[in-house]
Structure formats: C-alpha cells, structure tokens
Design a protein around this ligand. Structure first.
Ligand SMILES: C[C@H](CCC[C@H](C)C(=O)SCCNC(=O)CCNC(=O)[C@H](O)C(C)(C)COP(=O)(O)OP(=O)(O)OC[C@H]1O[C@@H](n2cnc3c(N)ncnc32)[C@H](O)[C@@H]1OP(=O)(O)O)[C@H]1CC[C@H]2[C@@H]3[C@H](O)C[C@@H]4C[C@H](O)CC[C@]4(C)[C@H]3C[C@H](O)[C@]12C
Length: 382
C-alpha cells in the first residue's frame, strides 16, 4: 500500500481528525490513536484499521510517553483548540526539536492565528466563515448546511491528509518535517474555489437557490416519483437535456427554451408532474443507458444493490456485516487495503504499542498501576 511503513500518532478528536487518520490507515499507514484514560466508549466512528493507546496527557509521565512515541513516528495529528498542545509541553517546537523529520498536523476550525483561533466551533460555523454557507439553501429559505460534509470532512480531514501526504513527499527531498496549519474554514473555502472563480461567468448572479446549480434550474434538481422516492436530474448540456425531454415523453415544441430563466418555475412544475407518474424503478429503466443524466437517489441501504456499484465493488462489508464506502481513489499498483476487523477498544493496544516502541514490560506495569496508561486487552478478548 502507498503509505506502508508510515507511522501516525492521532490524538483522539471528534470527526475531522479521525477521518484524516482513517484515510491514512486505509492506504497503509500504521495509525495509533491516543485516547484519554477513564473513558468508557470511543466516539471515533472512523477508527477503521487503527490501534488505540489510552494515555493520560495531564500527567508529566504521559507527556514523556507521547514524546517517545513521536520520536519514532512520521506524523502527529492534533485536533485541539489552539494552545492546548503547547500548554501540555507538546507543541511543534518541543516535538520537532526531538524529531526534526516529524510532520506535525494541526487540524482546527479557525487555524493557528487570527482572532477566532481560540474559539470553539463546529462544521456549520467554519462553513459560515468560509463564505460558502451563504450560497447553500433553497430559494427564499435560510442557509442550510449540507450535513457536516464540507468543513469537517472535505475541507478538514481530507485536506489535512492531503497536506500530510505533500509533507511526506517533500521530506523525501529535504529530510525535514514541518508543521501543517489545516484550518477548516480555509480548507472548505479552497474546496469551494469554483464558486469564487466562476462568478464572472454568471453562474451565481441570482439569489440563493435561483441559479443553475443550486436548485434554481429544472434540469438540475431532484423529483419525487410515484412510489415516494426521488430521481436526480443533471441534464445541463443541450444534447443531454434533449434526452431528458425525450425520456419524460414530452414534446420540446410544447416547452419553453431550456435556458429561459423566467420560465424555470413553470418548467419545474411540468417535470414535477411527469416524474410523479412513474416509480423509481420505472424511471431508472427509462433513463439507464441514456445520456439524459438522470439517476435514482439511492439511500445508504440501497447503494450496494445498484448494478453499477456492485460491478465496481464500490462498497464493502466488514466482519460484522457493516456497510461502508470502499477507499477512493483506486490506485492500480498499490490500492488501499482497508481493515475489515472491528474498531479498536480504548486502550486495546496500549501494551503492544508501548512494547513495539521499546518500553520494557516492567515499566509498562508500573505505568498501568500509576494510572498513566490504561489497557483493555481483556475486554477485547471477550
Ligand atoms: C458526532 C458528534 C461530533 C459532531 C462533529 C461536529 C459537527 C464537528 O464539527 S467536529 C469539529 C470540531 N472542531 C474541531 O475539531 C476544531 C478544533 N478543535 C476545537 O476547537 C476544540 O477541540 C473543540 C471546540 C472541538 C472542543 O473543545 P474542548 O474545550 O472540549 O477541547 P479543547 O479546548 O480542544 O481541549 C482538549 C482538552 O482535552 C485534554 N486532553 C486531550 N487529550 C487528552 C489525554 N489523552 N489525556 C488527558 N487530557 C487530554 C487537553 O489537554 C485539553 O485540556 P484543557 O482544556 O485543560 O486544555 C459527537 C459530539 C459529541 C458526541 C457525544 C458526546 O460525547 C456524549 C456521548 C459520549 C458517548 O461516549 C457516545 C455517545 C455521545 C452521545 C457522543 C456521540 C457523538 O460522538 C457526539 C454527538
């Protein structure tokens, strides 16, 4: 796998950092998640392929252990508010001094500088400050955040993983690590570059929800079917639009021009009425194999049974039968090899990881009895 041999220390966080760690693990990195002690249940739902060490960083010995782990690792991912790591004596200066090859990834909402740097926040706040939230939503309605996909995952976890891979690549030339300041506000805005750079071609001239790609156009919309499901329509180009009209059984001569914006509400009404006359299966049969750009809106449960997804093996089932997306993209020689085993329990690998990093058995027993680290091997065997 592409990242085989890379060791990553991921300090446990909420959603973006765990996703970043999972991406690296899927592509072969050894990812050790450092959890707090005295926590019963992990909140990391993106723990595929990771190991867990439970370590109390509020104790000086805990800090020493983390430093030792970082000394023999390539990457650390920290998901805390600005200043937290420095307060613990684990800031970039401390860690890079001991391991100059370390890549120190700081995944935060607002970045390491600026007046918001120390403020709490979540995806919706970062999206708001990025400018993008103002563009998301239906006509005449308030802005609407599309789950926590854009800032947490696209602009946060994924962008941070991109930074880490860049830094690893650069290190092969310089031999040096570096600090990555991954702000979700900036990551989200960057993912949205198209929105800024396409303003001068008139794509966003109208109010929110009334443009071509934000729900304004009848040919870029979802429609309810007879059986209460939905079809997605993305027939932008005239030659594809023509196939949409044909599939709907409409006569183009009876319809206003595709690009007549003032007629869009009327055209939407017509499409809505027609889509409501057939089931999702019937519409799929009509449009599959055409270039009308019409597809069924699948649920998380039905994606697996769709022929295209089945043919490509786009989703996988783990040992417990849970379904999730296969890692993307697919690399021809060194594809990802996601773990199919259950997620780690908190502290399940404390002992084995510490041994691997050179700690002696007797020292580990002492750390356990002092409450600096915790082990959950017994629970894991149940
Ligand atoms: C699924 C829910 C998550 C939703 C995601 C949401 C939409 C997001 O947007 S995530 C993005 C959040 N933002 C960031 O990550 C940006 C950077 N980080 C921050 O800004 C902050 O960390 C913060 C704002 C996110 C949190 O601030 P906080 O004050 O809590 O923390 P920090 O200032 O960063 O300081 C951390 C302190 O912790 C100390 N620490 C760290 N590690 C250790 C260690 N190993 N040992 C000792 N101490 C440690 C560190 O030193 C700092 O200490 P100080 O403060 O003294 O400096 C989920 C959201 C909530 C979940 C539910 C909830 O947890 C309750 C249940 C729990 C149960 O187990 C499972 C079910 C729950 C219902 C659970 C379910 C879901 O997981 C949630 C709903």
């Amino acid at each position: 796998m592409a990242l085989a041999g890379i060791r990553v220390i991921e300090l446990a966080g909420l959603a973006p950092a765990p996703f970043c760690g999972m991406l690296l693990a899927d592509f072969g990195a050894k990812v050790i998640r450092v959890d707090r002690t005295k926590v019963s249940m992990a909140v990391d739902t993106q723990a595929r392929g990771k190991q867990s060490v439970a370590l109390n960083l509020k104790k000086p010995q805990g800090v020493v252990i983390l430093k030792r782990l970082c000394l023999q690792s390539d990457v650390i991912i920290e998901p805390f508010r600005k200043g937290v790591m420095e307060k613990l004596g684990l800031g970039p200066e401390d860690l890079l001094k001991e391991n100059p090859r370390l890549i120190y990834a700081r995944l935060t909402g607002y970045g390491q500088s600026g007046s918001y740097a120390k403020s709490a926040g979540h995806d919706i706040n970062y999206l708001a400050i990025s400018g993008l939230l103002s563009m998301l939503g239906r006509s005449q309605e308030k802005p609407y955040a599309p789950l926590n996909l854009v800032a947490d995952f696209a602009g946060g976890g994924l962008m941070c993983a991109f930074g880490i891979v860049l830094a690893l690549l650069e290190r092969t030339r310089s031999g040096k690590g570096q600090v990555i300041d991954a702000s979700m506000v900036e990551g989200a805005a960057y993912v949205g570059s198209f929105m800024w750079k396409s303003q001068n071609i008139g794509l966003w001239n109208r109010a929110r929800g009334e443009n071509m790609l934000d729900g304004g156009a009848p040919f870029y919309e979802t429609y309810r079917t007879l059986d209460g499901q939905h079809m997605a329509v993305g027939a932008i180009e005239p030659q594809f639009y023509q196939q949409l009209i044909q599939g709907l059984g409409l006569d183009p001569d009876d319809l206003p021009d595709q690009m007549s914006v003032s007629d869009w509400p009327e055209l939407k009404k017509i499409f809505t009425e027609v889509f409501a006359t057939k089931t999702l299966a019937e519409w799929s049969q009509i449009f599959d194999g055409t270039d009308a750009c019409v597809t069924p809106v699948l649920s998380l449960d039905t994606v697996l049974t769709h022929p295209h997804n089945q043919e490509r093996g786009s989703f996988l089932r783990d040992d417990r039968g849970e379904l999730s997306p296969r890692p993307a993209p697919v690399l021809s020689r060194t594809p990802a090899g996601p773990s199919l085993s259950r997620d780690p329990l908190i502290g399940e690998h404390t002992r084995s990881v510490l041994m691997e990093y050179g700690f002696k058995s007797a020292d580990i027993e002492q750390l356990l009895s002092d409450g600096i680290v915790e082990c959950n091997e017994a629970k894991a065997r149940l």
